[in-house]
Design a protein around this ligand. Structure first.
Ligand SMILES: Cc1cc2nc3c(=O)[nH]c(=O)nc-3n(C[C@H](O)[C@H](O)[C@H](O)COP(=O)(O)O)c2cc1C
Length: 211
């Protein structure tokens, strides 16, 4: 039940102690959980930026609707997804896969052709809806891994994606921001949410069992 203990312990931290920094080792463990996350067709359609630079974190506050969380947290992870699918992006990971498994390149070409026929005719926005969904999976595992290490985090969608993309020059890298994950250590005395009960729907309202 360790995972459930971790998920019960965590909450969307509102106030961090800026003097407490997460170690490099722990950050790498959290990132590894996201890296190991499954993605649709194994394409890993997103990247993570790790921000510790205080100037950048301060500039993110107005972009995040004034939420000081991004300035006070030890690290801010930015989950940014591919702006669109391309033939090269699909081939790159499949070539890596065949190379690492000792298989001939093109071994999966009938499958990658299907992916290309599905995604390449779509609009960029349609592509991004799909690539962005993948980011949520790694995001969730990063939150869980942080909790297992008793490190606080705050899932955040409350920011201007467009402005953040400009600040971090994401579009030039073929990426668009999806989510923020500030990480650090809670300031229990000054966080109004720290002592509040966790509220969730009852399991019978949340789950429908079809026997
Ligand atoms: C995708 C997503 C976006 C969120 N965006 C914000 C945000 O911008 N700011 C914030 O303070 N909390 C944000 N939250 C936190 C939620 O309000 C919080 O997770 C929810 O109320 C459940 O509470 P708990 O996480 O403390 O258990 C977000 C959560 C998720 C999953």
């Amino acid at each position: 039940m360790a995972l459930l203990d971790d998920l019960t312990w965590r909450y969307a931290t509102k106030k961090y102690d800026p003097s407490k920094k997460v170690s490099d080792k722990d950050i790498r463990t959290i990132l590894e959980a996201a890296r190991l996350a499954p993605t649709s067709s194994g394409l890993q359609q997103y990247r993570i930026l790790v921000i510790t630079n205080q100037d950048i974190k301060d500039k993110m506050v107005p972009i995040a609707a004034g939420q000081q969380i991004v300035a006070e947290a030890s690290h801010v992870l930015v989950f940014a997804a591919w702006d669109r699918y391309t033939e090269e992006r699909i081939d790159e990971i499949y070539n890596k896969t065949t190379d690492q498994r000792g298989l001939p390149r093109g071994r999966f070409s009938s499958y990658t052709d299907k992916l290309k026929n599905l995604y390449l005719p779509q609009t960029e926005d349609e592509n991004f809806v799909h690539t962005a969904r993948q980011a949520y999976i790694g995001f969730s595992l990063a939150i869980a891994q942080a909790a297992e290490l008793r490190i606080d985090s705050t899932p955040m969608e409350g920011f201007s994606n467009h402005e953040l993309d400009e600040l971090l020059h994401l579009r030039t890298e073929g990426l668009r921001s999806v989510l923020l994950l500030p990480i650090g250590y809670r300031d229990t005395d000054n966080d109004w949410l720290a002592s509040m009960k966790k509220v969730r729907n009852d399991i019978n309202d949340f789950v429908k069992f079809l026997d």
